[in-house]
Design a protein around this ligand. Sequence first.
Ligand code: ARG
Length: 460
Amino acid sequence: MSNKMWGGRFVAGPDAVMEAINASIDFDRRFWAQDIAGSRAHAAMLVRQGILSEQDGKEIARGLDTIASEIEAGGFTFSKSLEDIHMNVEARLSELIGPAAGRLHTARSRNDQVATDFRLYVRDAVDRLDAAIAALQTALANKALEHHDVVMPGFTHLQAAQPVTFGHHLLAYVEMTARDRGRLQDARRRLNESPLGAAALAGTSFPIDREQTAAALGFDRPMANSLDAVSDRDFVLETLSALSILAVHMSRFAEEIVIWSSAQFGFVRLSDAWTTGSSIMPQKRNPDAAELVRAKTGRIFGATIGLMTVMKGLPLAYSKDMQEDKEPFFDALDAAELVVAAMTGMVSDMQPNRERMAAAAGAGYSTATDLADWLVRALNMPFREAHHVTGRIVAVASENSRDLDALTLEEFQAVDQRITAEVFEVLGVDNSVRSRTSYGGTAPANVKARAKTWIERLRS
Ligand code: ARG
């Protein structure tokens, strides 16, 4: 049987493989609600403009309501032969209300319809994600406040560098995810324009009012160029790019959780709810959720690169290639939502091991910089000389397999006789972090204040 929507020009139906490659209903049904909202707005505008009779408008609205409840109740039969969500809805509308259904598509094309649906869908997704990331930030800031003075090693090159606090480390991710939210909000601002009324590509000869449909759907304005409206997917790419950067942040944190929860580090303990056991090794508590957060990043990057590649060679305006914009986005979105939720759960339950962290913080001569700074301050040594003197002291300690604060005053003075007993005050890790009071530094007082600022900000 030839197609109901365009059968006039055709005598035969599509090959089965043609139908399989062409159909998008299995995935674009996800935005049925947006499709129906778009149709409602379009029909109401057609009535107000005198393009559609009041009577037809009422029947269309009633029919669309019925379809929405059928889909919600799970009683709607989606058909592959009807290709996509737009034609599935329209076909059902015509079953329900008869010939008036055929008037809904006046001054509209599936090209502006799908672009509208997708923008609405991405907008909702961005709003959901924003709230989810805010919940993660709240979990991080609460943990940071609770552990603002827990000392741990700060790393460079994954070598212990200088002591920092656990709270400070957690707050670093609050700052990063704040920028992730900012990027998503920027993308939302740019995508919130209406393609509806661009029709197939050139606009329409009907006296439509695009301002009306834009306002009804919560868009800021109609898009100014009909070719652009139906043919760009930069709003998906931009959102995917923002998700990719978010995924980088989540993956780095997940990697740290994997390292921290290992027996060798023992910095944190994940709760039972966020670990798995082994079927053979009874002692195991594996950080599977963190590992999967790290791995899901691959999907999100893949979706971004995949859609970039789909789009890059397409002449204006619409090409069917663009139907391939949805699955990667849905997949990346699902992954991102899981990743953020899993991170929130892990962080909320995570317990730091204060002793292990403090011991590791003091190892590896991590207060050597504090010693050099003391030489500058107390003895007015130029920093370069202080660096050299400290290096020699570290060498003495290292040869004797001792920490800096285990050296005797005589041993310090053997390197530089001006050194006094006051030096011992700067060699402990607690003193070290407490002294880092510069703006943005790791001093517990700073961390406490910043955590409180965030908690307050996230509450409003
Ligand atoms: N299912 C199509 C898509 O996702 C809808 C637009 C179809 N337009 C067309 N000219 N064939 O892109």
